[in-house]
Design a protein. Sequence first.
Length: 250
Amino acid sequence: MPKTPSFFTLIIGTEILNRRRTDAHFDFVSKALLEKGHKLTGSFMIEDDPALIVQTIKFIASQSNPVLFSFGGIGSTPDDYTRKCAAIALKDGQLPIHEAAKKIIESKLGEGAYPHAIRMAELPKGAQLLANPVNKMPAFSLDERYYFMPGFPKMSHPMVAAILAKLIPDTKKYYRHTLTALCKESALIEVMGKMPKEVEFSSLPKLYSDGWRVSISVASHNKDLALTAFQMYTDALEKKNIVYALVEEA
């Protein structure tokens, strides 16, 4: 992909929202991207509602150069809506039998593939299969940017790793500088307004018993730009005689 992708996760499952299960996908994907020098643009956790799933996929697809990692809802039970929702949001709404997926399911389950499990071979037009390292039941992708995987981390996380290895073969260095200052964040608002668009920055205030602290972090793929932006904060703090300490990033 020539442009920098905008990465999204879609985590589907009422059982996560009602706390019957704990999500592991956001943490895994965000860390895997950071190791490649990238980050998530957005993450959505939603219940098993077909209309909501369709709307969320459509919204993600409308963003600049999106790459979607979707987890959950591609099985054969009545509440597995993701295959149909992906077809509606991204294709023509139809779910023809994917012959290669059908053969995999039949070879693994034999007669047990019918009448229910075989439904997992009903995929949107143009779907490409993703290998499942655990039970071989196929996941799928569309247009080499929308990836629909099982909700089980042991199955889906190796898929994510393989996808990222293909999409991002070379790690992009991210240069980050962080400090903690003995002040409110309002003391640095003018500097924040001068940050270049190529610089990611964050301001995290916290109130302690002895007063306010603010943690400032700047990062960029441009080494010199990251340092220059960071020095804007240190210069402002020194000009105001505000005590600060540099924070070493892990």
